[in-house]
Write a protein that binds this ligand. Structure first.
Ligand SMILES: CC(C)(COP(=O)(O)OP(=O)(O)OC[C@H]1O[C@@H](n2cnc3c(N)ncnc32)[C@H](O[C@H]2O[C@H](COP(=O)(O)OP(=O)(O)OP(=O)(O)O)[C@@H](O)[C@H]2O)[C@@H]1O)[C@@H](O)C(=O)NCCC(=O)NCCS
Ligand SMILES: Nc1ncnc2[nH]cnc12
Length: 291
C-alpha cells in the first residue's frame, strides 16, 4: 500500500469550479498591499477580521460553490428553479461562513457574486468567455427569489439613504466593474510587464475608481466613497502599483481610508470575481476536470 497515489485524479466540473472560486477568494485575501482591507500586512480598517479568518471563511464556502455548480448542471438553464435553489444554497453558505468565523461577515458579497458566476459557468462550460458568463449570471440575478428574506442589511440601509443599490445591481447589470474596468486593467498592467501582484492591485484600484461600494458608504458615507474613488484614480494616474509614484499614492490612500474606517469590501469581492473569470476564460481546466 503506497502512502501517495500519484495517478492524476479526475474531478468533476462542479468540483473544479468550486476550487477556482475558493482560489480566487484566497488570492484576493493574500494580495498586498490593499488599501484598508485585510491582507498579509494586517487587518486594514477592520477590528474583527484577520487573514487566517479570511482563508478559513473561503475554504468553508467550497461545498456551497460545488452544490451551486451541480445544481446549475442539473437544471440546465437559467430559470426560477435554478435561481431559487441558488438562493437557498447561498443562504446555507452564509450560515457555514458565519459558523466558521463566529458570526463575522467575511464574504457575504462574495458568496453572491461568485455563486452566480459559478452557476453561470457550470451551465455552459464550453462557453466560458467573460461576456457570456457574466450575461448568464446577470439573467440569474434578475430573477426574483420568492423565498429570499428581506433583512434591513447594511446594503438596504445604504440604498435607503444614498440610493445606491450595491451588490444586487452590480450583478443584474452583468458585473460592469469586472467586465469594463477590472479585467481590462488586469490585462493592460500584465501586458506592460508590471508583474502579477501589481496587475491585480491595479485591477482592484480600477474597480474602486467607480464602484458605489455599500460597505464604504455604510461605514464612511459619501466622503468615504469620494476618497476611495478619487484616491484609486490618483494611484492609476500616477503610474499604478508598479511605479514609485503610484506606490506612494497607494500608501496615502491606505492611510486615508483607515482614518475614515472605510473598507472597500465590495470592491474586494469583485476583484475575486475578476480573478475567477480570468481563470475560467484562460481555460484553467473547467472542461478538463483533471488535476
Ligand atoms: C443581494 C445580496 C448581495 C444582499 O445585498 P445587500 O446589499 O442587501 O446586503 P449586504 O449584507 O449589505 O451585502 C452586500 C455585500 O456585497 C458587497 N458589496 C458592497 N457593495 C457592492 C457593490 N457595489 N457591488 C458588489 N458587491 C458589493 C459587500 O460585501 C463585502 O463587505 C462585507 C462586509 O460588509 P458588512 O457586513 O457591511 O460589514 P462591516 O462594515 O465590516 O460591518 P460591521 O462589522 O462594522 O458591522 C463582506 O462580507 C464583503 O463580502 C456587501 O456587504 C445577497 O447577499 C443576497 O441576497 N443573498 C441571499 C442568498 C442568495 O440569493 N444567493 C444567490 C446567489 S449565490
Ligand atoms: N480582504 C478583505 N478585507 C476586508 N473585507 C473583505 N471582504 C472581502 N475581502 C475582504
Amino acid at each position: 500500500m503506497h502512502a501517495f497515489n500519484l495517478q492524476p485524479k479526475t474531478i468533476s466540473v462542479a468540483e473544479r469550479l468550486a476550487d477556482l472560486a475558493v482560489d480566487a477568494l484566497i488570492d484576493e485575501a493574500d494580495l498586498s498591499p490593499k488599501p484598508a482591507l485585510v491582507d498579509r500586512r494586517g487587518n486594514g480598517a477592520h477590528t474583527d477580521l484577520h487573514l487566517g479568518l479570511m482563508h478559513a471563511s473561503a475554504l468553508s464556502l467550497w461545498p456551497a460553490f460545488k452544490e451551486m455548480a451541480e445544481t446549475a448542471i442539473e437544471c440546465g438553464e437559467v430559470g426560477l428553479p435554478l435561481r431559487e435553489a441558488l438562493g437557498r444554497i447561498g443562504r446555507e453558505g452564509e450560515q457555514a461562513m458565519l459558523a466558521t468565523t463566529h458570526g463575522v461577515n467575511t464574504h457575504r458579497g462574495a458568496i453572491w457574486a461568485l455563486g452566480l458566476l459559478v452557476a453561470a459557468a457550470a451551465l455552459e462550460p464550453e462557453s466560458s468567455g467573460a461576456s457570456a458568463v457574466t450575461l448568464r449570471a446577470a439573467r440569474l440575478a434578475l430573477l426574483d427569489d420568492r423565498y429570499a428574506p428581506r433583512p434591513l442589511s447594511h446594503g438596504a440601509q445604504v440604498a435607503q439613504r444614498y440610493g445606491a443599490r450595491g451588490a444586487r445591481e452590480e450583478a443584474q447589470l452583468g458585473f460592469p466593474a469586472v467586465l469594463q474596468r477590472a479585467l481590462p486593467q488586469l490585462k493592460r498592467s500584465r501586458s506592460l510587464g508590471h508583474g502579477e501582484q501589481n496587475a491585480r492591485l491595479d485591477a482592484l484600484l480600477a474597480i474602486m475608481t467607480r464602484l458605489a461600494d455599500t460597505c464604504v458608504l455604510y461605514r464612511a458615507g459619501e466622503q468615504g466613497l469620494h476618497t476611495m474613488q478619487s484616491g484609486a484614480q490618483a494611484v492609476l494616474d500616477a503610474g499604478g502599483s508598479a511605479s514609485l509614484a503610484g506606490r506612494r499614492r497607494l500608501h496615502e490612500l491606505d492611510q486615508q481610508l483607515i482614518a475614515l474606517n472605510a473598507s472597500p469590501g465590495g470592491a474586494a469581492d469583485l476583484l475575486a470575481a475578476c480573478l475567477f473569470i480570468d481563470r475560467i476564460e484562460s481555460g484553467a481546466g473547467v472542461t478538463q476536470g483533471v488535476c
